[in-house]
Unconditional design. Structure first.
Length: 101
């Protein structure tokens, strides 16, 4: 789906595979499952929340458990979020990796 300059209110929106340009989201539940890329450009948000499904939920669950492990585990997750704040994440997508036999 490609949406431009739309306003969404009080909806559950599945983000995977969609492009949103200049859209406004009001009290929406944004669901990301990590099955396809999502593109958002110039969007605004009032209230609402994220929910995660599939591979994205697995990632959040893994990071939550790791964080709750405390000590160095917690520090690694904090470092990851600091990298996100700084725009310096080092993430790999399946398409970024190659398999050789």
């Amino acid at each position: 789906m490609i949406a431009q300059k739309q306003t969404y209110s009080n909806l559950t929106i599945h983000l995977d595979g969609s492009t949103f340009v200049g859209c406004h989201f009001v009290n929406c539940v944004l669901v990301y499952s990590a099955t396809l890329p999502v593109h958002m450009n110039g969007c605004s948000f009032e209230g609402g929340r994220f929910e995660f499904g599939g591979a994205a939920a697995n990632t959040v669950s893994f990071m939550t458990g790791f964080y709750q492990g405390g000590g160095q585990c917690k520090a690694l997750i904090e470092q990851t979020f600091e990298g996100i704040r700084q725009g310096q994440t080092k993430s790999r997508r399946v398409s970024d990796t190659s398999v050789t036999s």
